[in-house]
Design a protein around this ligand. Sequence first.
Ligand code: PGA
Length: 263
Amino acid sequence: MAVNTRTPLIAGNWKMNLDHMQAVAFVQKLYWTLKEAGHDPQTVETAIFPPFTDLRTVQTLIDADKIPFALGAQDLSEHDSGAYTGEISGQFLAKLACGYVIIGHSERRQYHNETDEIVAGKVQAALRHGLSPVICVGETSEDLERFGASAVPVGQLEVALENVAADADIVVAYEPVWAIGSGQAATPDQAQEVCAKLREVVAAKLGEDAASRTRVLYGGSVKSSNIASFMREPDVDGALVGGASLLVDEFAAIIRYQKHVGV
Ligand code: PGA
């Protein structure tokens, strides 16, 4: 197995929270909190995923103040342009210096009927425009009971990676649906087991190089008190954080997990 050179990624998915004015205050406060704590941004990559209407404002802020956060969107259209009312093209996101886009979040799959095929189309759209897709996969509690933890996320990822080039820059996020927003996170062992299987899928579809380079995140009720236990696992390269990414001190503590006692 190759040496792990993957930079850990802590990604904050704000979902439908914080307008563009609140976003400015939040990003400035997070930046200063980390700076005052002496955080070295080289050691852990921080990415934030605000609502679409905040993106331009946040991009301008991080650009002007040289704030070392990556920017991402929470979704994109599988199409590039045309008569798709309400949709957002990857082309527009690339122009706003977005580096990432979340695709296939369970809330999109559940409330917007996104199928594995739609997710695969969105992955292609992201890659066409130079955006790294953060491909979310995960099982519901019914799936867990019927098929175990890994069968559904493995199947979802296999479809999402159809026709993806071996050198594509992707991120995978394992998010058990039952753990999202429930306060009941997976155990580090559970996360490790599924993340390792997902890395095997990347190896089978894109090759060993891609598998050793690709970051696999865990998401679902991550907080400052459990992040270090996930990050100790060899196949967990970061976290996709929802609720806790809306609290400056809590999110800063998650980003600074390497400083927690016993890490
Ligand atoms: P949570 O959400 O951290 O609030 O559980 C995670 C997610 O939905 O990405």
